[in-house]
Design a protein around this ligand. Structure first.
Ligand code: SF4
Length: 134
């Protein structure tokens, strides 16, 4: 965990497609778009205060992704670590693409939700680039 990374923290979003889109976008960033620069971390471990996780986050840049106005990832990271370096909301990408209404499926995202997640991931990957070279 000592390697320099931009940490991506999606909300858990268990019961909502908008939350699932946050996780999907995070996976696309860390697995496909910026695997050398980005890493994902588990929100419950942050809330639990696991020392190695908190130390890694304190030493690196942080991006949170939330699926609704409760902003669980943002709020929990701010309390347990510090203010994130960048924040994203999956609802913002939906507002920008009104033609792509996300389906309600949660376990497996629908086609529109997948397309929206990728668009969100592309925006996040651009921010990862910015933060990584700062
Ligand atoms: S931000 Fe909203 S969607 Fe995400 S975990 Fe919290 S309540 Fe669920």
């Amino acid at each position: 965990m000592s390697e320099e990374k931009v940490y991506i923290i999606p909300c858990s979003g268990i019961g909502k497609a908008f939350g699932g889109m946050c996780r999907e976008a995070a996976y696309i960033v860390v697995n496909e778009l910026a695997p050398e620069k980005a890493a994902i971390e588990c929100l419950p471990l942050i809330v639990k205060g696991k020392k190695e996780v908190i130390d890694a986050l304190k030493a690196n840049k942080i991006i949170t992704i939330d699926g609704c106005t409760a902003k669980c990832a943002y709020t929990d990271v701010r309390v347990a670590v510090r203010e994130p370096d960048a924040v994203f909301m999956s609802t913002d990408i939906v507002k920008k693409h009104r033609d792509l209404k996300p389906e309600k499926d949660i376990l497996i995202l629908g086609e529109n939700a997948k397309v929206l997640s990728r668009k969100l991931a592309e925006n996040i990957a651009e921010k990862v680039d910015d933060l990584y070279i700062e």
